[in-house]
Design a protein around this ligand. Structure first.
Ligand code: ADP
Ligand code: MG
Length: 300
């Protein structure tokens, strides 16, 4: 007996390095009219590194800013956290003890160190705290953030009891196959893929241009990634979302097909996803969509 086409397609997808969780998902993949890619860990390798440390308040040296940030990030699973902790470890920095760790997906993390609350996170979170006349440290932080973002960096602000003490510049390498994957995706779906990211607008646009994406939505919180997906669906599109981080889990759940990048993916993301890319290759995404379309043709 021959295998039903969708099951054969699932087996084939496995050979391409994609675990497809059911025949229903395998079928749905071929109906995709739009693919939305996440940035960090999806179009990029997801192994960012710390490139620059800036002290913006005369009180702390760059090494102290790094030590405080790393002490908080030790408990975070975000790739940005790995970059910060990795840099501190490479410098053999002794990390102070942190207590009461809290994470806000898409924004950042915080913890108590001694008598102070140290937060590490997105500049958007910092800027929104500034009301009235900014302090000198806040002004300095804004200038540094601006300059870093202009150069395509992810800028992360370190605050102590709400006031900025430093800014970190983080970069991630583009996946070598990213632009080919984008091109193949647009060919197989017949539409231009889009970019949905929590990172800053300028870094997002710069990267989008490099991979050939012209439709980018940046500085999105996890629930705003969901809104971006449901808006497309309301317009009649069938959306596949490709993401890696814990912050992508809600968008993967809202998508017609949620695809997780397996390598760096968080447990929650892997659980939520309908399919998992286990080979470290983004071209597997258009490949499985093409497989599904062929299998559907056989079924019909
Ligand atoms: P992406 O959509 O590119 O995967 P995220 O939604 O995960 O990005 O994060 C958005 C932004 O929130 C990051 O660019 C960073 O500024 C901030 N952020 C999130 N988590 C952390 C963290 N653990 N430490 C520092 N900054 C963080
Ligand atoms: Mg991500």
């Amino acid at each position: 007996a021959t295998m039903p086409p969708l099951l054969a397609a699932i087996a084939n997808a496995g050979r391409h390095g994609v675990l497809v969780k059911s025949a229903v998902v395998m079928e749905r993949l071929g109906a995709t009219t739009r693919v939305a890619f996440d940035k960090t860990g999806t179009l990029t390798r997801g192994a960012p590194h710390l490139a620059e440390i800036h002290s913006v308040d005369g009180t702390f040296t760059e090494a102290e800013v790094l030590a405080l940030a790393a002490a908080v990030e030790v408990d975070s699973e975000h790739p940005v956290a790995a970059a910060i902790v990795g840099a501190a470890r490479a410098d053999r920095t002794t990390l102070p003890a942190a207590e009461g760790f809290a994470a806000e997906p898409g924004r950042g993390v915080s913890a108590r160190i001694g008598a102070h609350r140290i937060a590490v996170g997105s500049p958007v979170a910092l800027m929104s705290r500034i009301d009235g006349v900014p302090t000198t440290a806040e002004q300095d932080a804004c200038v540094v953030v601006d300059a870093l973002q202009e150069r395509g960096f992810t800028a992360v602000v370190v605050t102590r009891d709400g006031g900025p003490i430093g800014v970190l510049g983080i970069t991630d390498q583009l996946r070598p196959e990213a632009s080919v994957a984008v091109e193949l995706t647009s060919r197989v779906t017949g539409t231009a893929p889009i970019l949905l990211t929590g990172d800053n607008r300028r870094a997002a646009n710069l990267l989008a241009a490099q991979v050939g994406i012209s439709d980018t939505q940046a500085e999105l919180l996890p629930h705003e990634k969901v809104d971006a997906v449901t808006a497309r669906q309301a317009a009649g599109e069938r959306v596949a979302v490709v993401g890696d981080g814990i912050n992508d889990a809600p968008a993967l759940a809202a998508a017609d097909v949620g695809i997780a990048m397996g390598g760096a993916g968080s447990d929650l993301t892997l659980q939520t996803a309908d399919a998992v890319v286990v080979r470290d290759d983004l071209t597997a995404v258009p490949a499985v969509i093409a497989l599904s379309r062929r299998a559907r043709r056989v079924v019909i």
